[in-house]
Design a binder for this molecule. Structure first.
Ligand code: GDP
Length: 364
């Protein structure tokens, strides 16, 4: 599955956020009791109100949300790229993630700050510098090797030398590798395979005190300005409030949120932002047994969607009977949609839309 790595300096609230995320998942998704793969990895149900509509219309006995993985990556300090703190282990953990959730301390107070003062922009730069140094060091080794092989006529190495050479130039200028512009599909493929830390998409999470949970504060405003300048995203969360919410009876949560001026939990926002960050989308399957959400990359075609359910579905794919979510609701389910001519039979080349309700026809 897809994974977001939670990074940040020590004492900024990463573990508080991670624990709240995974406990909420356990409390909310009865069908997916929080399963610990590794102590710091959790699968979190992606909240999607469309599932309730589908289950109601299709008379489904249960709802199964799609999931997103979160990894609590501890141990980043200044010097991590040189092996300080948990150093290399930390960087390896990030490499395995598809996106980075960067928690920044935007609360004042007694909690010890590892750098001695509360400054989320300086903190962000400290972490980014470590990631850039790690990429720089890795490319300083790899690019010359590719260049050498390229001169011996190796085609792949020539492509790698070109696109990774560009990334190396950017890093030498103190810029992240994500600004690299691959020139074609081959360069894009090789760039992705290189798994550079600073090529991964980033979401800034501003961890604020309770009083600032709805509108943020001066510190989070600076983070939002930084995110905007970089074309990145930011959200405001109070990790402490989230940790409190998970201890409440689900029936009391809405009132608690309303009292704080919040419409939904910060966790719901983080999960959705993570989903957006990874360019993921959802399709549904619906029947009397269950209404279920599935995750696929945006742009995926029907057979790939079938493969998210089972590899046999992808291999034996024939067609996908497709109803758009809005039509499913407007015509009150499959029979109504079929009658209204809104059930389409789509083939191999169909690009799945977010919210499609699919039924696969396949050979076994
Ligand atoms: P980590 O090292 O980044 O994983 O940080 P932790 O989640 O362990 O949090 C470090 C300390 O900061 C803990 O004592 C938390 O209770 C505290 N903390 C986390 N979020 C907040 C917050 O929003 N406000 C305040 N005042 N303290 C917080």
């Amino acid at each position: 599955g897809f994974r977001c790595g939670i990074v940040g300096l020590p004492n900024v609230g990463k573990s508080t956020l991670f624990n709240a995320l995974t406990e909420t998942a356990a409390a909310q998704a009865a069908n997916y009791p929080f399963c610990t793969i590794e102590p710091n990895v959790g699968q979190v149900a992606v909240p999607d109100p469309r599932l309730d509509d589908i289950a109601r219309i299709a008379g489904s006995a249960k709802i199964i949300e799609t999931q997103l993985g979160f990894v609590d990556i501890a141990g980043l300090v200044r010097g991590a790229s040189k092996g300080e703190g948990l150093g290399n282990q930390f960087l390896g953990n990030i490499r395995e993630c598809d996106a980075i959730i960067h928690v920044l301390r935007c609360f004042e107070g007694e909690v010890t700050h590892v750098e001695g003062k509360v400054d989320p922009i300086a903190d962000a730069e400290t972490v980014e510098t470590e990631l850039m140094l790690a990429d720089l060091e890795s490319l300083e080794k790899r690019v010359p090797a590719f260049q050498k092989k390229a001169t011996q006529g190796d085609k792949e190495s020539k492509i790698a030398a070109s696109v990774l050479g560009e990334a190396l130039e950017l890093l030498r200028e103190g810029k992240p590798a994500r600004l690299t512009k691959p020139k074609d599909e081959d360069e894009k493929r090789i760039f992705e395979q290189a798994q550079l830390l600073t090529a991964k998409p980033v979401l800034y999470v501003c961890n604020v005190d309770e009083g600032a949970a709805a509108d943020g504060n001066a510190l989070s405003a600076r983070v939002f300005a930084k995110a905007e300048a970089e074309g990145a995203k930011a959200v405001i969360v109070s990790a402490e409030i989230e940790a409190e919410i998970v201890t409440l009876d689900p029936a009391d949560r809405a009132d608690f949120l309303a009292d704080l001026g919040l419409k939904e939990t910060g966790l719901a926002r983080v999960i959705r932002a993570g989903y957006d960050l990874l360019h993921l989308q959802t399709f549904f399957t619906a029947g009397p047994k269950e209404a279920r959400a599935w995750t696929i990359p945006m742009g995926a075609k029907a057979p790939q969607a079938a493969g998210a359910i089972h590899t046999d579905f992808e291999r034996g794919f024939i067609r996908a009977e497709t109803i758009a979510f809005a039509d499913f609701v407007a015509f009150k389910g499959e029979a109504g949609a079929r009658e209204a001519g809104k059930l389409r039979s789509e083939g191999k080349e169909y690009v799945v839309h977010d919210g499609d309700i699919l039924l696969f026809r396949f050979n076994v």
